[in-house]
Design a protein around this ligand. Structure first.
Ligand SMILES: NC(=O)c1ccc[n+]([C@@H]2O[C@H](COP(=O)([O-])OP(=O)(O)OC[C@H]3O[C@@H](n4cnc5c(N)ncnc54)[C@H](OP(=O)(O)O)[C@@H]3O)[C@@H](O)[C@H]2O)c1
Length: 332
């Protein structure tokens, strides 16, 4: 199911990157459909070891403050952050220098597994730090980064309390399988997640899972919409890009927003930030959308399930084990 079938997307004739189309979340919050992703911007987190092993030039290329200043200058107003990205104070400096009004920004952050494992007080302290680093007294969205086994429900309930205090406008989750969401429901969570941030692109298009969340009114934020820059030479993408006179990145971005997913491309290069934002002025045909939809293989779903099992305990005291991990989840 396309998200746009269950969520209404608003865009006015004056839509631009600094005034982008929005989706209305269940609590009435207007969520921009495009934002700037800050993972590996300025810093590569220590436990993202594969990225470091492959060189990780972004760690030193430009600071996060410089990159986010560029993103704000280009017009991005939704900044997608996380404790794990280790750059929120730099993001905060860029915001402060930009002079953009807080009310014109939409800020999302996520609490990391180490903190989730430590429990409610650690989560409260982390949110305080994130707010201080970002230079704000509230985040628009705050997400549980991973559904840490045995810990994520308690963490979610802590976020509900912090939302009651006005520090969080909306609560969401990330990397939740359908079964993790059911666990929240079964454990008496009152304000169910407004968003679930998961990898979505034509190479990992988990139709079944997406339809289940969409039916519940949970907006899907797509991460790795650009497949982390690793699929630009795919022949189907290139063929469609050529027929529209667009770049491969723009085809992936257009597929994402045309499906009704929130799109949060990351680049440390200003010209690419501009390029990535140009996805609202052309349309893919139904045949092209179908062709892109079919790029997800059974192998990709299997790889995803293995990665889920590995990552839910990552950085916690159970890292490297399957302790508490759900072995059966909806993969597709
Ligand atoms: N919740 C989670 O667990 C999770 C996981 C991953 C990501 N995320 C979020 O989602 C955001 C996006 O995902 P991502 O950063 O992993 O990957 P992505 O946006 O799919 O791709 C980023 C990669 O593509 C390259 N790139 C970007 N635009 C390009 C263009 N126009 N032409 C050529 N190359 C281009 C970037 O290189 P340059 O920077 O050198 O341009 C970078 O290597 C993250 O920043 C983060 O906010 C969340």
């Amino acid at each position: 199911m396309s998200m746009s079938m269950s969520m209404s997307m608003s865009s006015s004739s004056s839509s631009s990157l600094s005034n982008p189309p929005t989706l209305t979340l269940r609590n009435g919050l207007k969520h921009p459909v495009i934002g700037f992703g800050t993972y590996k911007v300025g810093v590569i987190p220590a436990s993202a070891s594969s990225a470091v092993a492959s060189g990780g030039p972004n760690a030193v290329e430009r600071t996060a403050e410089e990159c986010v200043s560029d993103a704000l200058d280009v017009g991005y107003r939704f900044i997608e952050c996380a404790q794990f990205y280790a750059n929120e104070s730099e993001v905060g400096k860029a915001i402060a220098k930009s002079g953009v009004e807080r009310t014109d920004l939409f800020i999302c952050s996520k609490v990391w597994t180490t903190t989730i494992e430590q429990g409610p007080q650690a989560i409260e302290e982390q949110l305080k730090k994130t707010l201080a680093d970002l230079g704000t007294d509230y985040v628009d969205l705050y997400l549980i980064h991973w559904p840490v086994p045995g810990k994520h429900v308690e963490a979610y309930k802590t976020l509900e309390k912090l939302a009651d205090q006005g520090k969080i406008k909306g609560i969401g989750v990330s990397n939740y399988a359908w079964e993790d969401y059911l666990e929240l429901k079964e454990n008496g969570v009152k304000n169910l997640p407004l968003v679930n941030q998961i990898e979505i692109n034509p190479f990992l298009y988990r139709k079944n899972t997406i339809a289940k969340f969409a039916d519940e009114g949970v907006v899907l934020q797509s991460y790795r919409s650009l497949r982390d820059g690793k699929a630009f030479d795919d022949p189907t993408i290139l063929k469609i890009a050529e027929s529209h006179g667009r770049s491969a990145a723009q085809i992936l971005g257009r597929w994402c927003v045309q499906k009704g997913f929130v799109y949060i491309p990351k680049s440390v290069k200003k010209e690419r930030m501009v390029e990535n934002s140009k996805v609202f002025d052309f349309e893919l045909t139904e045949a092209e959308m179908n062709e892109l939809d079919s790029l997800t293989t059974p192998d990709a779903i299997e790889t995803f399930v293995s990665l889920y099992r590995k990552c839910v305990n990552r950085d916690t005291s159970k890292d490297g084990t399957l302790d508490g991990v759900k072995m059966t989840i909806t993969g597709d």
